[in-house]
Design a protein around this ligand. Structure first.
Ligand SMILES: [Zn+2]
Length: 306
């Protein structure tokens, strides 16, 4: 059995929580699934046409969170933290059932998803994984914001920068090698907002379930959360978690180097649409163990297999 084979979880994971934007209570179940089925979402509150695939071209909104929809208008929002957990943990196949149109926000990070996956264990199949190799450099710019992806040898590097006028957040930059680095800080980093933006978000019918339990709220030079930050680069690390989740909507792990300044869900999705519009920009490879060094898979998270 190879760690480069496709993986799913050993048993069903049950999660209950509140949806960040709608404020509704949500129940979800993450179930094991067969090789080559990928990550699939299912709305259990809908009788028909309830399957929603997390694909780049199924992103119907990327403002404030990532929302996917199917051809019949069934949508699921705020999938990015779970997708980031799947990506970082190497989960290739899973069925995610949810009884509402938004996933629970939990503590605003991927921490609980990752802990549950580790607790449940990872099942390795006999089918080799596939990866997407970026073949050409592609850029996407929007004013001061930019994002690019270019070929890399064997890793997925995310080099992300944020620039805020707020003096606590300021300019933060971090580079994460997704298949090699310890991702704990990235998984644990929470979503954040400025105190002065809360009213505006609520008026837009967003963040109805938002609280200090599921987001960092920054007011001037301080966080309103009593315990402060979980790590020094928590703001940019959260953006890297979002980016890992959004990249996983391409369907497979990616080999490439992404560089982003001041981007987010929308910019990442626009970049990926550009990449996947043209077959010359990428190739899909089936990975056999002898083709790739062990560092490609982050073995740290495979402890639970034994
Ligand atoms: Zn996020």
């Amino acid at each position: 059995m190879s760690v480069l084979n496709q993986k799913t979880i050993k048993k069903t994971i049950n999660v209950d929580g509140v949806a960040l934007h709608s404020g509704k209570k949500v129940h979800m179940e993450i179930k094991p699934s067969e090789p080559n089925t990928g990550i699939v979402f299912k709305r259990t509150d809908l009788k028909n046409n309830n399957i929603v695939i997390p694909g780049i071209f199924n992103v119907s909104s990327a403002n404030f969170c990532t929302t996917i929809s199917n051809d019949y208008g069934a949508k699921i929002s705020t999938i990015e933290h779970l997708m980031g957990a799947f990506h970082g943990m190497g989960i290739d196949n899973a069925l995610v059932e949810v009884n509402n149109d938004e996933l629970p926000i939990l503590d605003g990070s991927a921490k609980l998803f990752v802990e549950e996956i580790i607790k449940t264990g990872i099942e390795i199949s006999n089918s080799p994984i596939k990866v997407i190799k970026i073949e050409k450099k592609i850029n996407f710019n929007d004013g001061k914001k930019f994002v690019s992806i270019e070929p890399s040898k064997l890793s997925l590097d995310i080099d992300f920068e944020i620039k805020y006028n707020n003096s606590l957040i300021g300019t933060q930059r971090n580079l994460i090698k997704v298949y090699e680095h310890d991702l704990t800080d990235v998984f644990n980093s929470r979503t954040f907002c400025l105190y002065e933006d809360i009213d505006k978000l609520k008026k837009m019918n967003l963040a109805q379930g938002g609280s200090l339990e599921n987001a960092i709220v920054v007011k001037d030079k301080k966080t309103l959360n009593k315990d402060g930050l979980r790590n020094k680069l928590e703001f940019v690390n959260h953006k890297i978690l979002d980016c890992m989740g959004d990249l996983y909507l391409s369907g497979y792990k990616i080999i490439g180097k992404l560089t982003c300044s001041q981007g987010g869900h929308k910019l990442t999705n626009q970049l990926l649409r550009k990449v996947f519009k043209d077959d010359a920009n990428f190739s899909i490879i089936e990975v056999k163990e002898n083709k790739i060094p062990h560092s490609f898979i982050n073995k740290r998270y495979l402890k639970s297999i034994a």
